[in-house]
Design a protein around this ligand. Structure first.
Ligand SMILES: Cc1cc2nc3c(=O)[nH]c(=O)nc-3n(C[C@H](O)[C@H](O)[C@H](O)COP(=O)(O)OP(=O)(O)OC[C@H]3O[C@@H](n4cnc5c(N)ncnc54)[C@H](O)[C@@H]3O)c2cc1C
Ligand code: SF4
Length: 508
């Protein structure tokens, strides 16, 4: 038997490698890496982490067969040519249909493959499905409380520590103008990472048809992400020591040029398997007990990891393949080119996209309330934004972008979102310092330099009225729209059309 260690399953803490010290197969499939115009840091991260994992296994006496091939099918053929009677064992990939596809490819290559449970997540499919029952729309808050009780994290006699399950109300502060968040660690590329980076630049740069300006991700910053378990643990320790105490209050805050704020930057390491969700949460809980880190920061973080991360994974599992195509608002606009280039005068979008181009990362509220919100009110077809996120971020995989982008960001299906996260410049101004340095006027809706978010916001409500007015959570928004007279509504719709024209011709 040989364990197939996929690039997102680089772990010996859980799964088949936790109690197996025999043969391991690892596959670098180039065709996989060409499916999207991936950010070079994403490809460098995955391939470098795989090669480091291989080296660590070899150093510990494992027999590792590391195959570089065009496709998984090619690699399986070579493997089973060498070992005709072998059986491969793999944890079920989180991507839709991934386990079945691997099994088919192995069978076609004349071998066999057994798929076992994916232990890189905390909540098993059986446990989630039992919790969900036959509910039509799944509720995160209820799942999260279920998970708190299941794991016993921050629970005392079945009740939440501190009296509240959710401290979100305390987590919406804006920092003072001179606030400087503690800098996150940078992991200098070693020889392996440098070699991978050069290979990625040669092998995968440019030539992607779907990238509208025909180029590649020019000039990112030097690569900075953890590629080994030791580095990932160091990143975890640094987060817990310096940024966790103020993670909670500033969780929703956005500050120009402060791309990391107090976020953990651990998603990429978690999604590769370098860290397990349980150990990440347990370090944070230890800081709560030993150092009195405030409960709102600790609870806010625990909720993201045992709540949202697990929840979206299972929503994806249960709603695919429909979720990837979902578009209940029937939106059809193409994704504006500036998502790739960063070339826009809008200060908020320009800063966030520049950051994504530089390092393949932006934090949650920028993803949701700047990038997805703009695409939502602009009317972008959900699958197009999903493809962009999948390509652009170092932590992006189909299982995690699809529920976050298509459902949470663009209200594609109503699988768990109860209303669209649509907002005007008002929200951006409240939660960030972007508007003060922007050539657009945050308080204007129509007219030459009016903030595009404003007209698009009202236009979004107007054009989706038939679907959204009956939603009781949208009552106040429609009440405000009703207060606008016919003339205002016409001017808004003309301004929204003008914004789309300008976006299409690269003048927004
Ligand atoms: C439009 C959109 C796209 C997103 N795309 C991705 C993606 O490609 N990959 C990804 O891992 N997350 C994605 N997220 C979720 C979340 O934004 C990122 O996990 C988070 O920003 C990663 O940064 P961090 O590690 O500093 O997170 P922190 O703010 O420090 O949060 C801690 C951890 O909680 C988990 N988490 C928090 N929210 C979510 C969520 N909604 N879904 C899944 N995990 C969550 C992550 O593992 C994260 O590392 C997306 C969210 C939105 C709204
Ligand atoms: S004015 Fe509008 S475009 Fe400019 S930063 Fe504010 S929300 Fe963004």
């Amino acid at each position: 038997m040989t364990v197939l260690a996929l690039g997102t399953q680089l772990t010996r803490q859980v799964g088949p490698l936790a109690n197996h010290d025999g043969r391991v197969l690892m596959i670098e499939a180039r065709e996989f890496a060409r499916r999207h115009p991936y950010h070079p840091h994403k490809l460098t991260l995955v391939f470098s982490a795989m090669r480091h994992f291989r080296d660590a296994l070899v150093a510990d006496g494992y027999e590792v067969s590391y195959r570089q091939a065009e496709t998984f099918g090619d690699a399986f053929e070579s493997h089973f040519d060498d070992r005709p009677d072998d059986e491969l064992v793999v944890m079920r990939p989180a991507s839709h249909g991934g386990g079945d596809r691997l099994r088919t490819l192995a069978t076609e290559a004349g071998g066999s493959l057994r798929v076992v449970e994916n232990e890189t997540f905390l909540c098993s499919p059986a446990t989630f499905d039992e919790w969900a029952g036959d509910a039509e729309r799944l509720r995160h808050e209820s799942f999260y409380r279920f998970m708190r009780r299941e794991t016993d994290y921050l629970v005392d006699d079945g009740e939440p520590v501190g009296g509240e399950w959710n401290c979100d109300e305390q987590n919406r502060e804006t920092p003072s103008a001179d606030y400087e968040p503690p800098a996150p660690p940078t992991f200098e590329p070693d020889e392996t990472t440098r070699a991978v980076g050069e290979w990625v630049a040669d092998e995968f740069a440019g030539g992607y048809d779907e990238q509208p300006y025909g180029g590649d991700w020019a000039d990112p910053e030097p690569f900075r992400w953890p590629v080994t378990r030791d580095q990932a643990l160091e990143a975890l320790d640094a987060f817990v020591a310096t940024r966790l105490p103020t993670f909670g209050p500033y969780q929703d805050a956005m500050v120009e040029d402060e791309w990391a704020m107090n976020h953990s930057l651990l998603s990429a390491a978690l999604n590769l398997g370098l860290l397990t969700p349980a150990e990440v949460v347990e370090r944070v809980l230890a800081a709560y007990h030993d150092r009195s880190v405030p409960l709102n920061s600790v609870e806010g973080f625990v909720r993201q990891v045992i709540g949202w991360r697990e929840f979206v994974r299972h929503v994806y599992r249960r709603t695919m393949p429909e979720l990837a195509r979902a578009n209940q608002l029937d939106e059809s606009e193409p994704l504006p080119t500036f998502y790739w280039t960063g070339e826009t005068d809008m200060a908020c979008l320009s800063d966030v996209i520049d950051g994504v181009r530089a390092r393949g990362y932006s934090h949650h509220i920028e993803r949701l309330m700047i990038l997805a919100n703009f695409a939502l009110i602009y009317g972008v077809e959900p699958a197009q934004l999903n493809r962009w996120f999948h390509a652009a971020y170092v932590d992006a995989y189909h299982w995690v972008t699809t529920p976050n982008v298509v459902e949470m960001g663009l209200f594609g299906a109503g699988a768990f979102a109860t209303k669209p996260y649509a907002s005007s410049a008002n929200y951006v101004d409240k939660m960030s310092d972007y508007c003060s340095g922007c050539p657009y006027a945050k308080t204007k809706t129509t007219g030459e330099n009016a903030c595009p978010f404003n007209a698009l916001y009202w236009d979004f409500l107007d054009r989706n009225e038939a679907q959204l007015r009956a939603n009781h959570r949208m009552g106040l928004m429609y009440h405000q729209l009703d207060n606008k007279d016919e003339g205002e509504r016409t001017a808004i719709s003309e301004r929204a059309a003008g914004i789309r024209n300008r976006a299409e011709s690269g003048r927004l």
